[in-house]
Design a binder for this molecule. Structure first.
Ligand code: XIL
Length: 322
């Protein structure tokens, strides 16, 4: 039985998983997997603006609180995801009218209210998520359009004031695949850190596939981020087996072995980094049947460690055989 093995106990850094609150219910089949295999939790959705701040003067805490309470009861740390992003915004926020000062006030209230409520309960925040485009220019999201590029440092400042004990991360995808994007993000974070802003780490989302990016590029990205003095979070790891979206896709054991090799490579390379830079690895979901990939990208895929019947896959076995 799965309970006889524990993934996180095989590693000397935290191993986390992204979850929905319902998956922690005692009758849900994911619950024993969460409890026994992972020691850190991230809400895949429930701390995002559309869920937690649905109206300008209304915060909805119930579902986020469930994750905090489950984590406390089971001795897991919580990674907060995410304060400032361009997706999953409530309508009122997208339609907010105001000058630069009013936007800053609005952003400050959003960040401060959430980060103060979970002060001491959330170990770290993804303060800003996905601020860069693939070519390394800043994404023209509502924050940028209304506040200019300084929204990024303001966000870190507000988060730090609300919870000075929390670690603060910049989080983005394709940082290994796109060197220009990685360089732009690293340059800005180094510059802000030099100015004295509280930026502790960088999250490489790591929605990767069996065929890309190369092991070399993955290792290089991890090295560049930690060489720059940032803690590294592999923050949203999943490994697509159908990354090129073939419609005649058929899962087979060779693909599952290649997937296992990818997971193993990420964990092994991460293990070699200096301890002080290892914040942890978080897998973006528990089982293939509930992964975000098929729905979001509208394709068949099997990117996680457990299959849709909650059974461990070759990738899981590879990670516990070291
Ligand atoms: C995803 C969730 O897993 C889905 O449930 C939701 O429908 C869309 O967002 N990058 C991120 C995550 O930072 O928040 C996203 O999570 C996946 C991509």
């Amino acid at each position: 039985a799965i309970e006889n093995q524990s993934l996180y106990q095989h590693y000397d850094f935290p191993v986390g998983v992204a979850i929905e609150p319902y998956q922690t219910a005692f009758f849900n089949e994911n619950e024993p997997i969460i409890r026994t295999q992972f020691d850190r939790l991230t809400a895949s959705n429930r701390f995002k603006a559309d869920f937690i701040h649905p109206e300008e003067n209304t915060f909805f805490w119930t579902q986020a609180d469930l994750i905090i309470e489950y984590a406390e009861a089971n001795n897991k740390s919580v990674h907060g995801h995410t304060l400032i992003w361009h997706e999953q915004l409530p309508t009122w926020m997208e339609n907010f009218k105001g000058n630069r000062n009013e936007w800053e006030e609005m952003m400050k209230k959003h960040i401060t209210t959430i980060a103060s409520r979970y002060k001491g309960k959330v170990k770290a925040w993804d303060v800003v998520n996905e601020a860069f485009l693939e070519d390394g220019t800043l994404r023209p999201n509502i924050w940028y359009k209304n506040m200019g590029s300084s929204y990024i440092e303001k966000a870190f400042q507000y988060a730090h004031e609300a919870d000075p004990g929390a670690l603060l991360f910049y989080n983005d995808f394709n940082l290994a695949l796109r060197p220009a994007k990685r360089k732009a993000a690293l340059d800005l974070m180094k510059q802000l850190k030099f100015k004295g802003l509280p930026i502790h780490g960088i999250g490489m989302q790591s929605h990767i596939a069996i065929s890309y990016p190369s092991e070399l590029d993955l290792a290089l990205a991890m090295k560049e981020i930690t060489d720059a003095g940032f803690k590294l979070h592999i923050s949203e790891l999943d490994v697509a087996v159908n990354g090129n979206s073939s419609s005649s896709f058929k899962l087979n054991s060779e693909l599952l072995q290649r997937q296992a090799k990818r997971y193993k490579f990420v964990f092994e390379n991460y293990s070699k980094l200096e301890k002080q830079y290892q914040y942890g690895i978080t897998i973006w979901g528990i089982n293939d049947g509930e992964s975000w990939i098929p729905g979001y990208f509208n394709r068949e895929d099997y990117p996680l460690l457990f299959d849709e019947t909650f059974s461990p896959k070759p990738a899981y076995c590879a990670l516990i055989n070291n």
